[in-house]
Ligand binder design. Structure first.
Ligand SMILES: *[C@@H]1O[C@H](CO)[C@@H](O)[C@H](O)[C@H]1NC(C)=O
Ligand SMILES: *[C@@H]1O[C@H](CO)[C@@H](O)[C@H](O)[C@H]1NC(C)=O
Ligand SMILES: *[C@@H]1O[C@H](CO)[C@@H](O)[C@H](O)[C@H]1NC(C)=O
Ligand SMILES: *[C@@H]1O[C@H](CO)[C@@H](O)[C@H](O)[C@H]1NC(C)=O
Ligand SMILES: *[C@@H]1O[C@H](CO)[C@@H](O)[C@H](O)[C@H]1NC(C)=O
Ligand SMILES: *[C@@H]1O[C@H](CO)[C@@H](O)[C@H](O)[C@H]1NC(C)=O
Length: 507
């Protein structure tokens, strides 16, 4: 009898599993997998000229355009306790944030600012008290302006020494409590956006480009900056391994921005162009980190514009990342291009002309709103697994923007996050060593491309309210339900949640 009921029960379980084959919970992921959400210093902290902080290139850059700035942002500098409480209420297991270099070391090197130090110690302590693990990014677009002025920042090798000294202070002061370090945020797109296209700080590009950069050379600087980033990362990583790792037991990685890439047509040209785009966009950073040198395709195209690793540097870069940080939002088509391909933007030699391919949004996607293509994330994770020896991966940003003024009932965001977490689970089941997933963003912040027009937060911030009131969006309670394991995620659940949502649906 007992055996029979046991059998019957198993049968029910199987039936249930089949009928809900799409559904999954937090418990389908390994226990040590980390689910969190992210922000960065300039986008969240505000208080840009308080307590000794000096300007970074991002301050300068945002003040030269009419898209808002991070002077106040979410005022996280003063409201960190309130925000950590919100994180705890949401059930976050981890919080990814970055350290403002000029808050900690106002002149870029040398003197440590005690108030800056105290802020980060307090923030980390507050997270620990609430059982939330910190994931710290050292560099998130905010170079000390003084170093940019002094020697040109990332295009000069002097950055390696200064960055390593900054990292040293962070490891020494925070490393007992921080076990996960990312050296540089989305290094590949940082080099492209900041030194080829000019739309991210410090805004360098060749003249005649879309943005009127006051300085730069789009055919040389991105590669120089990228090279120095790899060397600076490797130098900080080496220091960590020599001086800190044995007692602090953390890990350190570099992060890249990874579009899903898929051929525009089934032509051989587009297929080859897609492979080339993977080499240029991902292999540029990953091949040196894993194998010690740049992809051959890049060496052929860049020729003498590509810096060369000495044997010693190659050895230092190779194996310097304990994990790969992946920042993923959407998937684009790749089409082969030639110098005669018509283009909206006046042509100049830059990263994309070197790549010989252009990226085209799929479906109804635009710069600020995109289609949901979860298999694109799965394909990125598969590609990294298969091409780069299956390194540990943390997905450090994933999310979708909506007009900031739209609604607290952000159902599309829930659908997006749920589908993409499902894609991560698929990749893990097929052998990917992915160990964490962070939603961008924990709270509405100042955005690099869209200022305050579009936001990604699971908490809404009323930026016109002097108290910068925070309110949970529907996505925050969805994440809570997913993380506390009480919710099987499936579309029906979202509908049910929507009808129970107590927040006002319009803003
Ligand atoms: C960029 O640098 C290269 C190599 O030094 C040079 O040939 C080219 O003219 C420069 N381009 C611009 C736009 O300054
Ligand atoms: C760049 O400068 C040109 C000429 O001064 C001007 O027509 C154009 O609108 C400027 N572009 C931007 C993006 O500011
Ligand atoms: C593809 O791009 C390459 C490099 O830009 C070019 O040489 C080639 O002619 C292109 N192929 C086609 C079919 O346009
Ligand atoms: C699963 O992994 C195997 C081995 O790496 C690979 O050949 C296969 O294409 C992967 N499947 C999917 C759906 O990506
Ligand atoms: C935001 O705050 C302003 C000023 O306090 C207030 O007038 C407005 O109604 C608030 N907006 C929302 C959506 O709560
Ligand atoms: C889990 O999260 C859901 C959704 O936010 C909430 O209603 C429920 O009370 C939570 N349960 C526990 C045990 O925390």
């Amino acid at each position: 009898m007992r055996a029979f009921s046991h059998l019957f029960f198993s049968f029910l379980v199987i039936l249930f599993a089949i009928s809900c084959s799409d559904a999954f919970t937090r418990n389908d992921f390994p226990e040590e997998f980390l689910f969190g959400a992210a922000t960065s210093a300039y986008q969240w902290e505000g208080a840009v000229d308080e307590d000794g902080r000096t300007p970074s290139v991002w301050d300068t850059f945002s003040h030269s355009y009419n898209r808002g700035n991070g002077d106040i942002a979410c005022d996280g500098y003063h409201k960190y306790k309130e925000d950590v409480k919100l994180m705890a209420e949401m059930g976050l297991e981890a919080f990814r944030f970055s350290i403002s270099w000029t808050r900690l070391i106002p002149k870029g090197r040398g003197h440590i600012n005690p108030k800056g130090l105290l802020f980060y110690k307090n923030l980390i302590q507050e997270l620990r008290t609430h059982g939330i693990k910190p994931h710290v990014t050292l560099y998130h677009y905010d170079l000390p302006q003084s170093l940019e002025d002094e020697y040109g920042g990332w295009i000069n090798r002097k950055i390696i020494k200064d960055f390593t000294a900054f990292a040293d202070v962070c490891f020494r002061e925070f490393g007992d409590d921080v076990k996960l370090w990312t050296t540089i945020n989305e290094a590949n797109i940082f080099a492209i956006a900041s030194y080829s296209e000019g739309f991210a700080p410090p805004g360098h590009c060749s003249p005649t480009s879309f943005f009127n950069c006051s300085t730069g050379n789009s055919s040389t600087e991105p590669y120089l900056a990228g090279h120095n980033m790899l060397l600076a990362h490797a130098s900080a990583s080496k220091l960590y391994k020599l001086e800190y790792k044995s007692k602090q037991r953390g890990s350190i990685g570099l992060s890249i921005y990874a579009f899903g890439l898929t051929p525009y047509s089934n032509s051989k040209e587009d297929e080859i162009a897609t492979q080339r785009a993977k080499d240029f966009l991902f292999g540029w950073m990953l091949k040196p980190l894993v194998f010690g040198d740049y992809p051959d395709a890049m060496k052929r195209v860049w020729g003498s514009r590509l810096p060369v690793f000495s044997e010693e540097e190659s050895e230092k870069v190779k194996g310097s990342s304990d994990f790969v940080g992946i920042i993923h939002y959407t998937t684009v088509y790749v089409r082969n291009s030639t110098s005669t391909t018509p283009s909206l933007i006046p042509r100049r030699q830059d990263f994309f002309t070197d790549m010989g391919a252009e990226t085209i949004f799929m479906g109804n996607s635009t710069f600020f709103e995109w289609d949901f293509i979860p298999w694109g994330l799965e394909s990125v994770l598969e590609y990294v697994k298969q091409s780069y020896n299956n390194p540990p991966i943390y997905i450090l940003e994933n999310g979708t923007p909506m007009k900031h003024s739209s609604t607290l009932q952000d159902t599309p965001r829930i659908e997006y996050i749920q589908a993409y977490i499902g894609a991560v689970l698929n990749a893990i089941k097929n052998g990917s060593d992915t160990r964490g997933y962070f939603v961008w963003s924990m709270i509405d912040v100042y955005e690099l491309l869209s200022g305050y027009m579009y936001s990604y937060g699971m908490y809404h911030v009323n930026f016109s309210d002097p108290s910068l009131k925070r309110s949970p969006k529907l996505s925050a309670s969805w994440y809570t339900g997913f993380l506390n394991g009480t919710m099987d995620v499936s579309p029906q659940d979202i509908t049910q949640m929507q009808s129970h949502f107590s927040g006002s649906s319009s803003l």
